[in-house]
Design a protein around this ligand. Structure first.
Ligand code: OXD
Length: 314
Protein backbone atom coordinates (compact mmCIF):
# COMPACT_ATOMS: atom_id res chain seq x y z
CA UNK A 1 0.00 0.00 0.00
CA UNK A 2 1.31 3.46 -0.86
CA UNK A 3 1.42 5.97 1.99
CA UNK A 4 -0.37 9.34 2.04
CA UNK A 5 0.39 11.67 4.95
CA UNK A 6 -2.40 14.09 5.85
CA UNK A 7 -1.03 17.16 7.64
CA UNK A 8 -3.89 19.58 8.09
CA UNK A 9 -5.58 21.62 10.78
CA UNK A 10 -8.83 19.81 9.96
CA UNK A 11 -7.23 16.40 9.48
CA UNK A 12 -9.93 14.54 11.42
CA UNK A 13 -12.51 15.79 8.92
CA UNK A 14 -10.34 15.06 5.86
CA UNK A 15 -9.04 11.59 6.70
CA UNK A 16 -12.35 9.67 6.55
CA UNK A 17 -13.26 11.47 3.32
CA UNK A 18 -9.89 10.72 1.66
CA UNK A 19 -9.98 7.12 2.87
CA UNK A 20 -13.50 6.62 1.53
CA UNK A 21 -12.50 8.13 -1.82
CA UNK A 22 -9.51 5.77 -2.14
CA UNK A 23 -9.39 2.85 0.32
CA UNK A 24 -6.22 1.36 -1.23
CA UNK A 25 -3.90 3.81 0.58
CA UNK A 26 -2.11 3.71 3.91
CA UNK A 27 -3.20 7.01 5.43
CA UNK A 28 -1.97 8.70 8.62
CA UNK A 29 -2.72 12.18 9.82
CA UNK A 30 -1.44 14.99 12.04
CA UNK A 31 -2.33 18.50 12.96
CA UNK A 32 0.47 20.69 11.45
CA UNK A 33 1.51 21.77 14.95
CA UNK A 34 1.67 18.22 16.36
CA UNK A 35 5.31 17.81 17.52
CA UNK A 36 5.19 14.04 16.92
CA UNK A 37 4.94 14.66 13.15
CA UNK A 38 8.66 15.20 12.62
CA UNK A 39 9.77 12.26 14.75
CA UNK A 40 7.37 9.61 13.46
CA UNK A 41 9.35 7.06 11.39
CA UNK A 42 6.27 6.33 9.20
CA UNK A 43 6.54 9.76 7.60
CA UNK A 44 9.89 8.87 5.95
CA UNK A 45 8.13 6.24 3.82
CA UNK A 46 5.25 8.42 2.67
CA UNK A 47 5.25 9.30 -1.02
CA UNK A 48 2.30 11.69 -0.95
CA UNK A 49 1.26 14.57 1.27
CA UNK A 50 -2.11 16.27 1.67
CA UNK A 51 -1.47 19.68 3.16
CA UNK A 52 -2.20 23.42 3.23
CA UNK A 53 1.12 24.90 4.46
CA UNK A 54 4.12 22.58 4.77
CA UNK A 55 5.35 22.70 8.38
CA UNK A 56 8.96 23.71 8.78
CA UNK A 57 11.35 20.75 8.70
CA UNK A 58 8.84 18.34 7.16
CA UNK A 59 10.39 18.14 3.69
CA UNK A 60 13.70 16.96 5.12
CA UNK A 61 11.81 14.11 6.80
CA UNK A 62 10.08 12.93 3.58
CA UNK A 63 12.81 11.69 1.18
CA UNK A 64 10.36 9.56 -0.83
CA UNK A 65 7.82 12.34 -1.41
CA UNK A 66 6.68 12.64 -5.04
CA UNK A 67 3.27 14.38 -4.79
CA UNK A 68 1.73 17.18 -2.74
CA UNK A 69 -2.02 17.68 -2.94
CA UNK A 70 -2.94 21.17 -1.76
CA UNK A 71 -6.19 21.29 0.22
CA UNK A 72 -7.34 24.43 -1.61
CA UNK A 73 -7.19 26.43 -4.82
CA UNK A 74 -4.33 28.89 -4.29
CA UNK A 75 -0.83 27.39 -4.30
CA UNK A 76 1.18 30.61 -3.89
CA UNK A 77 2.35 29.49 -0.43
CA UNK A 78 3.59 26.14 -1.82
CA UNK A 79 5.20 27.58 -4.94
CA UNK A 80 7.11 30.03 -2.73
CA UNK A 81 8.21 27.28 -0.34
CA UNK A 82 11.87 26.62 -1.22
CA UNK A 83 11.96 23.54 1.02
CA UNK A 84 9.80 21.60 -1.47
CA UNK A 85 12.12 19.73 -3.86
CA UNK A 86 11.65 20.76 -7.52
CA UNK A 87 10.74 17.23 -8.62
CA UNK A 88 7.71 17.02 -6.30
CA UNK A 89 4.46 17.38 -8.23
CA UNK A 90 1.99 19.86 -6.70
CA UNK A 91 -1.73 19.71 -7.47
CA UNK A 92 -4.53 22.02 -6.38
CA UNK A 93 -8.30 21.76 -5.97
CA UNK A 94 -10.98 24.38 -6.32
CA UNK A 95 -13.98 22.10 -5.83
CA UNK A 96 -17.15 24.16 -5.54
CA UNK A 97 -15.32 27.47 -5.05
CA UNK A 98 -16.79 28.88 -8.26
CA UNK A 99 -20.31 28.38 -6.98
CA UNK A 100 -19.54 29.68 -3.48
CA UNK A 101 -17.67 32.69 -4.75
CA UNK A 102 -20.37 33.51 -7.30
CA UNK A 103 -22.84 33.56 -4.40
CA UNK A 104 -20.47 35.73 -2.35
CA UNK A 105 -19.95 38.29 -5.11
CA UNK A 106 -23.64 38.40 -6.03
CA UNK A 107 -24.72 38.70 -2.40
CA UNK A 108 -22.39 41.59 -1.58
CA UNK A 109 -23.23 43.37 -4.82
CA UNK A 110 -26.98 42.98 -4.32
CA UNK A 111 -26.93 44.16 -0.71
CA UNK A 112 -25.64 47.39 -2.17
CA UNK A 113 -27.71 47.67 -5.34
CA UNK A 114 -30.99 46.53 -3.75
CA UNK A 115 -30.22 49.04 -0.97
CA UNK A 116 -30.95 46.47 1.66
CA UNK A 117 -29.25 48.29 4.52
CA UNK A 118 -31.18 51.48 3.78
CA UNK A 119 -34.44 49.51 3.64
CA UNK A 120 -33.67 47.97 7.03
CA UNK A 121 -32.97 51.41 8.50
CA UNK A 122 -36.24 52.75 7.09
CA UNK A 123 -38.05 49.71 8.49
CA UNK A 124 -36.51 50.29 11.89
CA UNK A 125 -38.02 53.80 11.88
CA UNK A 126 -41.38 52.59 10.42
CA UNK A 127 -40.65 54.83 7.43
CA UNK A 128 -42.16 53.99 4.00
CA UNK A 129 -39.37 55.11 1.65
CA UNK A 130 -41.12 55.01 -1.71
CA UNK A 131 -38.15 56.68 -3.39
CA UNK A 132 -35.71 54.00 -2.26
CA UNK A 133 -35.34 52.34 -5.65
CA UNK A 134 -32.87 49.54 -6.35
CA UNK A 135 -30.03 50.29 -8.73
CA UNK A 136 -30.51 48.79 -12.20
CA UNK A 137 -27.54 46.60 -13.06
CA UNK A 138 -28.63 46.05 -16.66
CA UNK A 139 -25.61 46.35 -18.96
CA UNK A 140 -23.44 47.73 -16.20
CA UNK A 141 -19.87 46.57 -16.67
CA UNK A 142 -18.38 43.88 -14.45
CA UNK A 143 -14.67 43.09 -14.80
CA UNK A 144 -13.61 39.67 -13.52
CA UNK A 145 -9.85 39.51 -13.13
CA UNK A 146 -8.84 35.84 -13.29
CA UNK A 147 -11.09 33.81 -15.53
CA UNK A 148 -10.45 30.14 -14.82
CA UNK A 149 -13.15 27.86 -13.50
CA UNK A 150 -13.92 30.16 -10.56
CA UNK A 151 -13.91 33.41 -12.52
CA UNK A 152 -16.13 32.00 -15.25
CA UNK A 153 -18.72 30.89 -12.71
CA UNK A 154 -18.69 34.34 -11.13
CA UNK A 155 -18.96 35.86 -14.61
CA UNK A 156 -21.99 33.71 -15.44
CA UNK A 157 -23.76 34.72 -12.23
CA UNK A 158 -23.14 38.41 -12.92
CA UNK A 159 -24.36 38.00 -16.49
CA UNK A 160 -27.57 36.47 -15.11
CA UNK A 161 -27.99 39.65 -13.07
CA UNK A 162 -27.98 41.58 -16.34
CA UNK A 163 -24.39 42.83 -16.28
CA UNK A 164 -21.98 43.11 -19.19
CA UNK A 165 -19.15 40.83 -18.11
CA UNK A 166 -15.51 41.02 -19.23
CA UNK A 167 -12.97 38.42 -18.18
CA UNK A 168 -9.23 38.95 -17.72
CA UNK A 169 -6.72 36.22 -18.47
CA UNK A 170 -2.95 36.13 -18.94
CA UNK A 171 -3.17 36.48 -22.72
CA UNK A 172 -6.30 37.75 -24.54
CA UNK A 173 -8.12 35.06 -26.53
CA UNK A 174 -11.38 34.37 -28.31
CA UNK A 175 -14.04 32.84 -26.12
CA UNK A 176 -17.54 31.71 -27.10
CA UNK A 177 -19.12 33.16 -23.95
CA UNK A 178 -17.33 36.32 -22.81
CA UNK A 179 -14.87 38.92 -24.09
CA UNK A 180 -11.51 37.91 -22.60
CA UNK A 181 -8.77 40.51 -22.26
CA UNK A 182 -5.14 40.59 -21.19
CA UNK A 183 -4.21 42.53 -18.04
CA UNK A 184 -3.01 45.53 -20.09
CA UNK A 185 -6.64 46.29 -21.02
CA UNK A 186 -7.72 46.73 -17.39
CA UNK A 187 -6.96 50.45 -17.00
CA UNK A 188 -8.86 51.21 -20.20
CA UNK A 189 -12.03 49.41 -19.04
CA UNK A 190 -11.91 50.53 -15.42
CA UNK A 191 -13.42 54.03 -15.89
CA UNK A 192 -16.68 52.52 -17.19
CA UNK A 193 -16.81 49.63 -14.71
CA UNK A 194 -19.37 49.20 -11.94
CA UNK A 195 -17.65 46.14 -10.45
CA UNK A 196 -14.12 44.74 -10.34
CA UNK A 197 -13.77 41.22 -8.97
CA UNK A 198 -10.33 39.80 -8.19
CA UNK A 199 -10.17 36.02 -8.39
CA UNK A 200 -6.75 35.39 -9.97
CA UNK A 201 -3.90 33.42 -8.40
CA UNK A 202 -1.23 35.37 -6.55
CA UNK A 203 1.83 35.58 -8.81
CA UNK A 204 4.49 38.20 -9.50
CA UNK A 205 2.14 39.57 -12.17
CA UNK A 206 -0.83 40.00 -9.82
CA UNK A 207 0.93 41.09 -6.61
CA UNK A 208 -0.04 44.72 -5.83
CA UNK A 209 -2.21 44.77 -8.96
CA UNK A 210 -4.67 47.20 -7.37
CA UNK A 211 -2.49 50.14 -6.41
CA UNK A 212 -2.77 53.92 -6.59
CA UNK A 213 -1.81 53.90 -10.27
CA UNK A 214 -4.61 51.53 -11.26
CA UNK A 215 -7.16 53.11 -8.92
CA UNK A 216 -6.52 56.41 -10.64
CA UNK A 217 -8.54 55.00 -13.56
CA UNK A 218 -11.45 54.07 -11.29
CA UNK A 219 -14.22 56.27 -9.91
CA UNK A 220 -16.70 56.58 -7.05
CA UNK A 221 -19.13 54.24 -8.82
CA UNK A 222 -16.78 51.25 -8.67
CA UNK A 223 -17.11 48.42 -6.17
CA UNK A 224 -14.07 46.19 -5.71
CA UNK A 225 -14.53 42.62 -4.50
CA UNK A 226 -11.43 40.61 -3.60
CA UNK A 227 -11.83 36.85 -3.18
CA UNK A 228 -8.27 36.10 -4.37
CA UNK A 229 -5.35 37.13 -2.18
CA UNK A 230 -4.86 40.17 0.01
CA UNK A 231 -1.44 40.89 -1.48
CA UNK A 232 -3.10 41.80 -4.77
CA UNK A 233 -4.43 45.02 -3.25
CA UNK A 234 -2.26 47.73 -1.71
CA UNK A 235 -4.36 48.47 1.38
CA UNK A 236 -3.06 52.02 1.91
CA UNK A 237 -3.75 52.91 -1.73
CA UNK A 238 -7.21 51.39 -1.45
CA UNK A 239 -8.05 53.50 1.61
CA UNK A 240 -6.68 56.63 -0.08
CA UNK A 241 -8.78 55.89 -3.19
CA UNK A 242 -11.95 55.43 -1.10
CA UNK A 243 -11.35 58.71 0.70
CA UNK A 244 -10.29 60.51 -2.46
CA UNK A 245 -13.41 59.59 -4.49
CA UNK A 246 -11.60 57.05 -6.67
CA UNK A 247 -13.51 54.04 -5.40
CA UNK A 248 -17.02 53.56 -4.08
CA UNK A 249 -16.77 50.47 -1.93
CA UNK A 250 -14.51 47.52 -1.24
CA UNK A 251 -15.61 44.05 -0.20
CA UNK A 252 -12.58 42.17 1.06
CA UNK A 253 -12.51 38.51 1.97
CA UNK A 254 -8.70 38.16 1.92
CA UNK A 255 -5.88 40.15 3.48
CA UNK A 256 -2.09 40.24 3.32
CA UNK A 257 -2.11 39.34 7.03
CA UNK A 258 -4.79 36.98 8.26
CA UNK A 259 -6.52 37.21 10.62
CA UNK A 260 -6.74 40.91 9.81
CA UNK A 261 -4.99 42.67 12.74
CA UNK A 262 -7.43 44.44 15.12
CA UNK A 263 -5.76 47.80 14.48
CA UNK A 264 -6.17 47.67 10.69
CA UNK A 265 -8.03 50.78 9.45
CA UNK A 266 -9.93 48.50 7.06
CA UNK A 267 -12.13 47.29 9.93
CA UNK A 268 -13.70 50.66 10.56
CA UNK A 269 -13.86 52.26 7.13
CA UNK A 270 -17.59 52.88 6.41
CA UNK A 271 -17.27 51.74 2.80
CA UNK A 272 -15.20 48.62 3.39
CA UNK A 273 -16.77 45.24 4.10
CA UNK A 274 -14.43 42.80 5.86
CA UNK A 275 -15.24 39.09 5.81
CA UNK A 276 -13.10 36.31 7.32
CA UNK A 277 -11.73 34.54 4.20
CA UNK A 278 -14.91 32.51 3.94
CA UNK A 279 -15.96 33.04 0.32
CA UNK A 280 -14.79 29.55 -0.72
CA UNK A 281 -15.10 27.02 2.08
CA UNK A 282 -12.84 24.01 1.33
CA UNK A 283 -14.93 21.20 2.74
CA UNK A 284 -14.06 17.60 1.76
CA UNK A 285 -17.35 16.79 0.05
CA UNK A 286 -16.93 19.80 -2.25
CA UNK A 287 -13.23 19.25 -2.97
CA UNK A 288 -13.07 15.48 -3.42
CA UNK A 289 -14.34 15.33 -6.99
CA UNK A 290 -11.16 17.28 -7.92
CA UNK A 291 -8.85 15.16 -5.76
CA UNK A 292 -10.22 11.61 -6.09
CA UNK A 293 -8.97 10.89 -9.65
CA UNK A 294 -5.36 11.55 -8.59
CA UNK A 295 -5.80 9.51 -5.40
CA UNK A 296 -6.83 6.64 -7.67
CA UNK A 297 -3.86 7.18 -10.00
CA UNK A 298 -1.51 7.34 -7.03
CA UNK A 299 -2.88 4.09 -5.56
CA UNK A 300 -2.43 2.42 -8.95
CA UNK A 301 1.11 3.77 -9.45
CA UNK A 302 0.04 5.93 -12.40
CA UNK A 303 1.31 9.49 -13.05
CA UNK A 304 -0.45 12.32 -11.23
CA UNK A 305 -2.31 14.71 -13.56
CA UNK A 306 -2.90 18.46 -13.47
CA UNK A 307 0.44 19.49 -11.95
CA UNK A 308 0.83 23.13 -11.02
CA UNK A 309 3.36 24.97 -13.20
CA UNK A 310 5.69 26.18 -10.49
CA UNK A 311 7.34 28.73 -12.78
CA UNK A 312 4.01 30.26 -13.74
CA UNK A 313 2.82 30.09 -10.15
CA UNK A 314 -0.48 28.22 -10.49
C1 OXD B 1 -7.66 28.69 -1.29
C2 OXD B 1 -8.16 29.52 -0.22
O1 OXD B 1 -6.85 29.15 -2.09
O2 OXD B 1 -8.90 29.01 0.64
O3 OXD B 1 -8.07 27.53 -1.38
O4 OXD B 1 -7.84 30.71 -0.18
Amino acid sequence: MRCLAVVHHRHSEWVPALAAAEPRLDLRSWHPKDPSLLSDPWIAGAEALFVWRVPQGLMARMPRLSWIQNSGAGVDHLVADRSIPPGVVITRADGQFGLWMARYVAAHLLVETQRINECRLAQRDHRWEGALLPEDLTEKVALVFGFGRIGRQIGRALRELGMEVHGFVRAPREDPEFPLHGPATLPGLLPSARLLVLCAPLTDATRALVDAKLLDYAGPGLTLVNVARGEQVVAEDLLAALDGGKLGRAVLDVFATEPLPPDSPLWSHPRVVVTPHHSGPSRPQAMLPDIAPNLRRFAEGKPIEGAVDRERGY
